[in-house]
Write a protein that binds this ligand. Structure first.
Ligand SMILES: O=C[C@H](O)COP(=O)(O)O
Length: 328
């Protein structure tokens, strides 16, 4: 068995119960601070580190693929485009490369779309276990009437979404309305039912890393299954400093409650080497258990193409033009 196969096929079944949430604990929230210069210094050292060794890179790239929420969130999305994306989700890498790497059966973690594209995605993914994730609650700004945002979740769950990516009200963070944020996310969680909820913080709009840390904690207390950095529509999306802050909040929440909450950096992650840095950071900060699709996802619309190019290079020794791996 190749290293790449070992990584793909030996994923343990998910045994963790969902995060049930807990009452809002303001002491725990306000204890969270963030030393920006220390965090930025640490983040700056990450890309140069070699935690994931070169000879294991194909295995790590396969792992990254299994953790991608393959995303299309464009106003001109059509059922045809979504069907093509889903075909890519089912077989994310060219068949000859998969065979050479011994990775038949490799898929992405989920396909992420707007509400109207759930039905075509569910239909195109029939017969697989790839969930459809829907962005919701007035994505990306989250400024539509609250009742409509809650109803939107119900509609998306009824349409077949198994994961719901909600956006939080940034103004609740910016005004320190932690109770309001907690109540909002708790209501969203209830509306999701059995569907998993990913809470998008839109960190580029939260002002400070301290706000990111506190908002992360409040969302987890309200029952988020994942916390996610960004919609991909903010001017600043996923970054390494923000990721450090959010992962440490996840680690501390696990320390306090025993519950594992997932992490999803999203927006602007398009290069294989960046994906490897993120995986390495997850390994360092949270440990190997989080390096699985049930606890880690990349939200990305164009990362898969670059990973496929790197895998082609690994197998053949040559790169092909990026247009040959156009989708994803
Ligand atoms: O949640 C996923 C993001 O919207 C994707 O952002 P991206 O298009 O920059 O990869």
């Amino acid at each position: 068995m190749t290293e790449a196969q070992t990584t793909q096929t030996h994923l343990p079944q998910t045994t963790d119960p969902r995060n049930p949430g807990m009452p809002l604990d303001m002491d725990m929230v306000m204890r969270r601070t963030a030393n920006r210069s220390a965090i930025e210094r640490r983040a700056a050292t990450l890309p140069g580190r070699r935690t994931l060794k070169k000879d294991h890179q194909a295995a790590w790239l396969a792992r990254a693929i299994s953790c991608i929420d393959l995303t299309t969130l464009a106003g001109d999305d059509t059922p045809g485009r979504v069907a093509r994306l889903c075909a890519k989700a089912r077989q994310p890498v060219r068949a000859d490369l998969l065979a050479a790497l011994g990775l038949d059966g490799l898929t992405v973690g989920a396909v992420c779309v707007y509400h109207d594209m759930i039905a075509p995605a569910v239909s195109a993914l029939a017969g697989t276990n790839i969930p459809v994730a829907a962005v919701s609650t007035g994505f990306p700004a989250g400024l539509s009437p609250f009742g409509l945002r809650v109803a939107e979740i119900g509609e998306s769950v009824s349409a077949g979404a198994r994961e719901i990516d909600i956006v939080i009200s940034r103004r609740k963070v910016l005004t320190g309305d932690w109770q309001g944020l907690y109540d909002e996310v708790k209501t969203f969680r209830e509306a999701c039912g059995d569907a998993h909820i990913k809470a998008i913080l839109a960190t580029g709009e939260l002002g400070t890393l301290q706000n990111v840390a506190r908002a992360s904690m409040v969302c987890m207390m309200a029952g988020a299954d994942f916390i996610k950095t960004s919609t991909g529509k903010e001017s600043v999306n996923a970054t390494l400093p923000v990721s450090l802050v959010m992962m440490r909040a996840i680690r501390d929440y696990h320390g306090e409650t025993g519950c594992r909450v997932g992490y999803k950096p999203a927006g602007g992650i398009s290069r294989a080497k960046d994906a490897l840095v993120y995986l390495s950071l997850v390994k360092d900060e949270l440990g190997d258990r989080w390096l699985r699709p049930d606890l880690f996802r990349f939200g990305a619309s164009s990362l898969l193409g670059d990973i496929e190019r790197q895998l082609e290079h690994h197998v053949t020794g040559a790169y092909s033009a990026s247009w040959r791996h156009a989708i994803g």
